[in-house]
Design a protein around this ligand. Structure first.
Ligand code: HEM
Length: 497
């Protein structure tokens, strides 16, 4: 009997060794230590640039091990599309993000598993934002953009606050139908800082040891849990209070018009394919997903247009020719403003708002003869695609002209094919983002010349072009001046206030 057991064990062991030899290897990567893996090698400053450098040694798939997790950094448009588009279901999940759950973001579309509720919430958001629905929200967006310009006329030095206010104000009118005030904006700023903090890789011990999530808050070292539960309470009331108020109002027969009221009415009358949990997820996600991303790209536009006066001149010349100089551009003008559209694309490309997109395969996968284990934290390096010299000539140069055909070449790839993501999790807000970015760019340029700040000697000094290393990448703080153009538009807008 013992003999049979011993032979059985040997056969099993041998089978395991043979199987592991037969299995595809993990992708290459820097050699880590036995205890820390690659933790000490992880770059923290603009990691997307460092990983792009590493591809010279390891190729497009770079495997790392840190925080007890398998991490894979994927480079190139081809591999990103192969995995996220062609194997869409396999890569439809986000990695497990302990701090996102602890801060109450777990019902947020961006962090949820790709389950029934998530699919419905995405579809609901898309149906509220699609080009047909734009007939309803387009005029509100135009009115809010005019207010942004008026605020810039009154206090141009506060441009950063005005941009954030504008985004929050539109999203609130669209989602809940109410106007915001200072207290609301302060809370919104705090919540967005919480989200950025919660998502910072390496910032939290619970991201290294996920089991800590189950320990009580009062234990020493559990400060992160107390911080997270305060952040969660604030986040929940930020969404729940207006949601419940609208629900009461709809039930009492009001004819309020906003995303939540319109959808609730249809759900209550049994005329909707969506349900209340999906609506709550959509309403609670839209603010976080829409404001930071669009703020980052609008501020990036201001930085790049300040530092590239020749681009600004061409963009304004186009506006003058097509729109004239006695009114602001409308959404309907967009198709006739190709240079403005090229500026938009180039701003997307130059510093993608989300430089790395996180996903996680739901089961073991093989790609290009390498093994990608289930639950690997896969980061798609979007910045690297945007600066790939096989797609973009002189990728580090800001040049909207690259988006036009020339006698020698076709237009270069529209970066929005990857800056809004891929497959099952592609950004459901891209229609709104495109409309909003277009309107802000064209209206600011028609009213102001955006110029560099003055130094102590009164001379213009170009701000440095530099970005943060956060999950949503912003330009580092910089200054610019909004000088009214001599077409009288700024004066007209001031008189309307
Ligand atoms: C310049 C503006 C924006 C950029 C660059 C952007 C980019 C992205 C990216 C890269 C993703 C991840 C996609 C993926 O995993 O493949 C994403 C997800 C998402 N975005 Fe946007 N976004 C922007 C604006 C907006 C707006 C205005 C909204 C809503 C009105 C929005 C709502 C969302 C939501 C809900 C998700 C999560 C989708 C999911 O996980 O299924 N975004 N966005």
């Amino acid at each position: 009997m013992l003999y049979i057991l011993a032979v059985g064990c040997c056969v099993l062991l041998l089978a395991k060794v043979v199987l592991s030899r037969l299995r595809a290897p993990l992708p290459p990567g820097p050699k880590g230590t036995l205890w820390h893996g690659n933790l000490h090698q992880l770059p923290w400053v603009e990691p997307w640039k460092v990983f792009t450098e590493w591809t010279k040694s390891y190729g497009p798939l770079i495997y790392l091990h840190a925080y007890g997790r398998n991490i894979l950094i994927v480079h190139g448009f081809g591999p990103a599309a192969d995995l996220m588009d062609k194997r869409a279901l396999l890569y439809a999940r986000r990695p497990k993000w302990s701090m996102a759950a602890l801060t109450g973001r777990s019902q947020n579309i961006a962090f949820m598993d790709h389950n029934e509720r998530q699919r419905k919430a995405r579809a609901l958001m898309q149906s509220a934002l699609n080009p047909r629905a734009q007939r309803e929200w387009g005029p509100v967006l135009e009115a809010e953009t005019t207010k942004l310009i008026q605020n810039l006329v009154i206090s141009p030095e506060d441009y950063k606050r005005h941009v954030k206010w504008y985004l929050a104000s539109f999203i609130n009118r669209f989602t809940f139908g109410f106007e915001i005030d200072d207290a609301h904006q302060k809370m919104a700023d705090e919540l967005s800082a919480h989200t950025q903090q919660a998502l910072r890789p390496g910032r939290w011990v619970v991201d290294i040891v996920p089991a800590l999530i189950y320990l009580p808050e009062w234990l020493p070292g559990m400060g992160f849990k107390r911080w997270a539960s305060e952040a969660k309470a604030k986040f929940n009331s930020f969404v729940d209070v207006p949601f419940q108020a609208i629900k009461r109002s709809v039930m009492s027969g009001s004819d309020d018009r906003c995303m939540v009221a319109n959808m609730l009415r249809e759900i209550m009358q049994g005329e909707s394919k969506f349900d209340e949990p999906a609506l709550i997820s959509a309403a609670s996600s839209i603010y976080t997903a829409a404001t930071d991303t669009t703020a980052a790209i609008l501020l990036n536009f201001l930085l790049l247009i300040t530092t590239h006066p020749e681009v600004q001149q061409k963009a304004y010349a186009e506006i003058r020719e097509i729109v004239g100089s006695d009114r602001l551009p409308h959404l309907a003008d967009q198709a006739s403003l190709p240079y403005i559209n090229a500026v938009m694309k180039e701003v997307h490309r130059f510093n993608p708002v989300t430089p790395m997109i996180p996903r996680s395969p739901v089961q073991d996968d093989n790609y290009n003869d390498y093994r990608i284990p289930q639950d690997t934290w896969v980061m798609f390096n979007i910045w690297s695609i945007a600066h790939d010299s096989t797609l973009y000539a002189d990728p580090d140069v800001f040049r909207p002209e690259r988006h036009f055909a020339s006698s020698k070449a076709e237009p270069e790839m529209d970066p929005r094919e990857f800056t809004f993501g891929f497959g099952k999790r592609i950004c459901p807000g891209s229609a709104l983002a495109n409309a909003q970015i277009y309107l802000v760019i064209s209206t600011i340029l028609s009213v102001f010349e955006v110029r560099p700040p003055l130094n102590d000697e009164g001379r213009e000094e170009m701000p440095p072009i530099a970005y943060t290393s956060t999950f949503v990448s912003f330009p580092k703080p910089f200054s610019c001046r909004f000088v009214p153009r001599n077409n009288g538009l700024a004066q007209q807008l001031a008189l309307m206030i």
